[in-house]
Write a protein that binds this ligand. Structure first.
Ligand code: NAP
Length: 488
């Protein structure tokens, strides 16, 4: 299916250029790069391909705007976010379609992401006026201790392709609320949602230079000089652990303050006392939301031995019934993966598991025809040495392995360098708390298959990163604490 006129209109409404100091401009060298529809591999449009000097101009604009923006009344900063929240909500349908075109997920899921993305603006609109400090009498009674919170300064923000809008608002919202200016770089695969968002923020009254957007096909060369520029005060990155490591090394040069939202390998534990119906429902959500392309996606299912076979069969039955197709079509529940590399990686992990003795209950092959599809897959009896249990799958594949004790389940769950999220299904309250406390993750879904919530602190431990986005904690990532010792 080729692009329809309605779809073309949504793409054409995006300004495919760089936003620098409030002006939309072409890349200095005039270059562009293509954005394609992963369901067909067809070209959607070309966007400006920034070079290092363009990104430096964006940073210059952010630095120039910082002083005035920090002094801008918090209520007005919040109201800009609130207006942007309203505008995103009003335009949810067209933004969802745009997201589906560039990223592939079914339109209903894009709508859910648009709503989730908007909620970060609503949340941080409210947080902007709650930035406060502390006043205390020194323990010896002689002096006074005052603490104040101030914007950290110009930020560099880098976001991934899998949630092209929400990963942006989760950073832009608190940065705007705190009084920071920024240069943001969306993933080259999905720049359109970010460009649409920037237009909305401009229309909502965000002053020139506060938000600058750089799109590029050479992320490394374009972003490294910014990360190493002494005027930048903060780097916030969401993406793979592999790239996060490189950026941490670059940030070390200037001892740059960083937040890292990196990869995951979420275990989904089902104990023998769990409600199996609820566990299958939760598993489907935790696995198939975003076509399995989520850092929070359940990556491996560890199931109590007596339930393992029944769970695999029931999950397989549900997965087999899901409709695969272009995300714009009615009733489609599973869209394409983002590109050919993603399909190859998933195929490789499934092949490795089967070679080592796993049994394919359903799926285990790419889609037919064009586009980057992979069939929803359940693998049973997956052996402990299969790569699929250790590496981030980022696709619609559910490996199931059995455990014979609570200790073994917790040990398997923690046997990974990642620590973003874990899911636990049990009806036993004491066990629930024992297991939750023993899990080495930043988040736990207890008898539920989704944790994301703008009002909660999202983030990981171990090699899933550090820092928290959302919740009351989210704005602190963009604030410095200054302590004043007063001799009264
Ligand atoms: P990625 O390859 O690490 O890319 C993330 C971002 O970094 C993109 O904008 C990418 O741009 C950019 N980038 C890549 N190399 C860079 C470099 N050398 N210097 C500067 N920027 C660079 O990750 P992805 O494939 O887009 O996203 C999937 C990953 O994100 C998964 O591992 C997932 O778990 C993780 N993720 C984590 C969270 C979380 O909150 N913990 C949320 C969502 C996703 P280009 O692609 O255009 O080069």
């Amino acid at each position: 299916m080729s692009i329809s006129s309605n779809e073309q209109a949504v793409v054409d409404a995006v300004i495919p250029r760089l936003l620098v100091g409030g002006e939309w401009r072409d890349a200095g060298a005039g270059g562009t790069f293509p954005v394609e529809d992963p369901s067909t591999g067809e070209l959607l449009c070309q966007v400006a391909d920034a070079r290092p000097e363009d990104a430096m101009a964006a940073l210059d604009a952010a630095v120039a705007a910082q002083g005035a923006w920090a002094a801008h009344p918090p209520r007005e900063r919040g109201e800009i976010l609130r207006r942007a929240y309203e505008a995103i909500s009003a335009r949810a349908d067209e933004l969802a379609l745009l997201m589906t075109l560039e990223m592939g997920k079914p339109v209903a899921e894009s709508r859910a992401e648009v709503a989730y993305a908007a909620e970060f603006f609503r949340w941080f609109a409210e947080e902007a006026v709650r930035i406060d400090g502390r006043y205390a009498v020194a323990p010896n009674g002689a002096g006074r201790l005052l603490t104040m919170k101030q914007p950290v300064g110009p930020c560099v923000l880098i976001t991934p392709w899998n949630f092209p809008m929400a990963m942006g608002t989760r950073k832009i919202g608190p940065a705007v609320a705190a009084g920071c200016t920024m240069v943001i770089k969306p993933a080259g695969l999905t720049p359109l949602s970010m460009l649409a968002l920037a237009q909305i923020l401009q229309e909502a009254g965000l002053p020139a230079g506060v938000l600058n957007v750089v799109t590029t096909s050479s992320s490394g060369a374009v972003m490294e000089p910014l990360i190493k520029d002494g005027r930048v005060r903060k780097l916030s990155f969401t993406g793979s652990t592999e790239v996060g490591r490189k950026l941490l090394a670059q940030a070390a040069d200037n001892v740059l303050r960083v937040s890292m939202e990196l990869g995951g390998n979420a275990p989904f534990l089902i104990f023998d006392d769990a409600d199996l119906d609820a566990a299958v429902e939760g598993a489907l959500l935790a696995k198939m939301r975003n076509i399995g392309e989520a850092c929070t996606a359940a990556n491996r299912f560890h199931v109590a031995e007596p339930l393992a076979a029944a769970f695999a069969d029931r999950l397989a039955e549900r997965m087999a019934a899901l409709k695969l197709g272009r995300g714009t079509q009615d009733g489609v529940q599973v869209g394409p993966l983002i590109d050919k590399n993603a399909v190859d990686k998933v195929s490789e992990l499934v092949g490795d598991a089967i070679d080592k003795g796993a049994r394919a209950v359903v799926g285990a092959r790419p889609g037919d025809g064009r586009g980057y599809f992979y069939q929803p897959t359940v693998l049973a009896d997956v052996p402990a040495d299969a790569r699929v249990l250790k590496e981030e799958i980022f696709g619609p594949v559910a490996p199931v392995a059995a455990f014979d004790s609570e200790e073994a389940a917790v040990a398997a769950a923690n046997d990974t360098e990642f620590g973003l999220v874990a899911y636990v299904y049990t009806a036993d309250l004491k066990r629930a708390f024992r297991v939750v406390e023993a899990l080495e993750t930043g988040m736990v879904g207890l008898n539920q298959g989704m944790v994301s919530n703008p009002a909660a602190p999202f983030g990981g431990v171990k090699q899933s990163g550090f820092g928290r986005e959302g919740g009351a904690e989210g704005i602190d990532e963009y604030l410095e604490i200054k302590y004043v010792a007063m001799n009264l």
